[in-house]
Ligand binder design. Structure first.
Ligand code: MG
Length: 361
């Protein structure tokens, strides 16, 4: 027989993956037990379910920093997620971690983002203060576990425990409704930490790219950054795209080298090392983040759009509290279980930027 069956892929993982990796056979099972797929490992199946979800398709119309309707070439949350996934696959493959798990986590890592980015997130957290709060990672877990009810069994996409724990990485507000098996929170697999760092590499570099493209700052201003200088030298070209791509390479290679060294320095079974950049690279990345904060994230052009979005979110939330009959039928069905505040919050969080604009005067 020529074709590879799932069992063959699983055996191959056991041979090829590092002892620090999460093999598919250690995925921790699904809430609702299911027969295994003949071709795909359990993490490949998680990844495919994410790609086929409605929440994933909505990412194409959710803002990263510049709203997509400002121009066709800026990143949306979907293209961002694809970039993160591509980097996380390369990094985990190089480190012999499970790249299928990393891919599933990366594609799902932003599913819980509301419209208008972090400003939208803060607006929802504020109106939900007395009702369990709001944060995008917790909302992502809520989407895959519950809201994305594709199969009608009440367990959402019914992903594996390893993927679900990974999505919950980061802070979760007190009182946010989570399934009992995710509590207390446990440290996620190393693959989740890699995705986290790749998320950062992706947004630092593509936000720099988008900001330059949008004319919010110039190549000359970016040239003050040490990372830009290193990347320009490596690219041997002043072309923006070439410099950005070298910058990605510098950050990714540093992450692989540093993590490889810290994994090699420990024995499996010991406390896993922190996945991080080298000290020098961490400083340069921080410098870039500060630059983006000053000249991009807090620029009047970005803040004006974001603030308008946040205002619309607050107004719409109030309107739904006064007029719950405006909620769609699928949301109304959840009222008895989740209460009006949470249902209104879920409804708004699921919206794309343009849907929110269309539905708020
Ligand atoms: Mg992200």
């Amino acid at each position: 027989m020529v074709w590879l069956r799932r069992e063959d892929l699983e055996d191959r993982e056991l041979h090829e993956l590092s002892p620090w990796a999460t093999p598919s056979r250690a995925a921790g099972g699904r809430r609702l037990p299911e027969a295994e797929d003949p071709l795909r490992t359990t993490f490949q199946r998680d990844r495919d379910r994410v790609i086929h979800s409605t929440a994933f398709r909505r990412l194409q119309h959710k803002t990263q920093v510049l709203a997509a309707f400002e121009g066709d070439h800026f990143r949306s949350r979907m293209t961002h997620s694809l970039e993160v996934s591509q980097m996380a696959r390369s990094v985990t493959a190089a480190l012999r971690l499970n790249h299928d798990l990393a891919e599933a986590i990366a594609l799902a890592h932003d599913l819980g983002h509301p419209p208008f980015g972090h400003v939208g997130e803060e607006a929802l957290h504020e109106v939900m203060q007395a009702h369990g709060g709001f944060r995008h990672n917790a909302q992502g877990a809520r989407i895959v576990d519950y809201l994305e009810d594709r199969y009608g069994h009440g367990h959402g996409l019914n992903l594996t425990l390893a993927t679900r724990r990974s999505l919950l990485k980061g802070r979760v507000p007190d009182g946010f409704p989570l399934p009992a098996d995710l509590l207390p929170k446990r440290p996620p697999p190393l693959e989740a930490h890699v995705v986290d760092l790749c998320d950062k590499i992706a947004y630092l570099t593509h936000d720099l790219d988008d900001g330059l493209r949008a004319g919010l700052f110039t190549n000359e201003q970016a040239h003050d950054l040490r990372l830009w200088q290193l990347a320009t030298d490596a690219a041997a070209s002043p072309l923006r795209q070439r410099v950005i791509s070298e910058m990605v390479a510098l950050l990714v290679h540093d992450l692989v080298d540093t993590t490889d060294a810290s994994l090699t320095a420990r024995r499996p079974g010991e406390e896993p090392p922190r996945i991080a950049h080298s000290a020098t690279m961490a400083v340069m990345a921080q410098e870039l983040l500060e630059f983006l904060r000053q000249s991009f994230y807090r620029s009047p052009r970005v803040l004006t759009v974001m603030e308008d979005g946040a205002q619309r979110i607050r107004r719409l939330f109030e309107r739904l509290l006064q007029n719950p009959h405006e909620l769609p039928a699928a949301a109304t069905e959840r009222l008895a279980r989740d209460g009006l505040h949470r249902v209104a919050c879920d409804h708004i969080a699921g919206m794309t930027d343009r849907y929110l604009l269309r539905h708020t005067p």
